[in-house]
Write a protein that binds this ligand. Sequence first.
Ligand code: FAD
Length: 478
Amino acid sequence: MDAFFQALCDAVGTQHVLTAPTDMAPYLSDWRGRYQGKARAVVRPGSTQELAGVVRACAADGVPIVAQGGNTGLCGGATPAEDGRAIVLSLERMNRIRAVDGDNNTITVEAGCTLAALQQAALDAGRLFPLSLASEGSCRVGGNLSTNAGGVQVLRYGNMRELTLGLEVVLADGRIWDGLRGLRKDNTGYDLKQLFIGAEGTLGIITAAVLKLFPAIGQRATAWLAVPDPAAAIRLLGLMRSLCGERITAFEIIGRSALDLVLRHIPGARAPLVGGADWSVLIELSDSAGTADLAAELEAALTQAMAQDLVDDAVIARSLAQAQALWSLRENISEAQRIEGISIKHDIAVPVSRIPEFLERAQTMLLEAWPDVRIVAFGHIGDGNLHYNLSKPEKLENEDFIARTPELNRKVHDLVAALGGSISAEHGLGQLKRDELVRYKSDVEMEMMRAVKHALDPAGLMNPGKVLGAVACAPSGL
Ligand code: FAD
């Protein structure tokens, strides 16, 4: 065994340094099966101290590190490069809940805790941790932080950045930064934790976090609505806000093609309304008090919406099982799309007011360029975030579809930029969108990002080739 492997084994124990191809395989490709990499080893530390030992060994030998949580990321950020130089650093053994502070409404968790386990720990303490994603059974807190995950309740509670008060991070040289402060007010200089949130493992390894808790939910009301078009959906959101205020927890739009994929591929999925609308909205109200009659409130609000022609048809869930069935239609869209075959994914954001314009212009532009392409649009319309995906025309070969990806990306992303939007709303950049970044950020912004990277990871060993690209660690200008 060479000295580097010996140092890894000394840090975490030999049984947690995986090198057999079958043991490493699950860590070397992404959820969509789009990226396949190689690694010298998969290393699974059990504590922050162990993890810091691994990072020090890598720093000493110049070995790149790819942090990995649940490996559910959609941009290839957790997949190592094909050159096989890196190790994959899996956080899955660091999954403890360290503390719950009820009076402070905070929870301190390790980065390898799954989102579902975190939600359960909050519930056990009579609280809510509101981040909610379809991948919550598998994705882990470190991955949620590093991608600044969003999901279906951002409208009310914010994304991961807004849910975080403190972080513990192992820096690129192996030093540990203990920033685990549970403070809602702290104006002592730069807010360093924000650098690591959304950095996709390119600046350091997040090992633990202090996160905000909220009152547990006492009551929910969920409805599936057929709406005339996206413009009506936006007006409906405004009306519902004025009638139901903060109780609107989720407001999701689902295009007909997205629902059709779920009905085709997901066993037990049933259309919620007869007829099938081109656009549907899934809305949920929730309240911490169990006393209000939210279903009645929702029904009354929807009656007003129908009178204003903002809703054509609606079904309100009358039981938890019915609500879950409606949510399952929304949450299975990614899975159904995966079963259907390859697709080009765009996770875009534009100002909420410009969503209808985006949808109209994008459809016209794409169908002019390629009449057979299948547009699958859905997402968090209340946040201005759409998953604007393109599925392969049925008779086309995969390679021919992939060949057109750059052209289609360019069209969609240029339109997004023209509307003042972002080419990555919640999934990050990873290796999927890395090369497009320079087109949409100013030179000043790119130089600031490179300067931060260089300051925190001068040797470029933290997830190289992601976000900024392999050559980007040298600062230019600042
Ligand atoms: P991974 O995939 O393991 O890693 C993601 C990135 O974070 C990589 O760059 C990795 O290097 C880095 N990283 C991981 N852990 C650490 C760490 N401890 N320190 C530093 N860097 C780290 N995302 C949303 O935002 N909203 C959604 O609604 C949503 N829905 C999804 C639905 C499905 C079915 C699937 C498969 C994915 C969905 N995602 C969604 C994407 C994905 O689940 C999220 O991005 C999630 O936050 C990734 O967590 P993970 O633990 O799987 O991270």
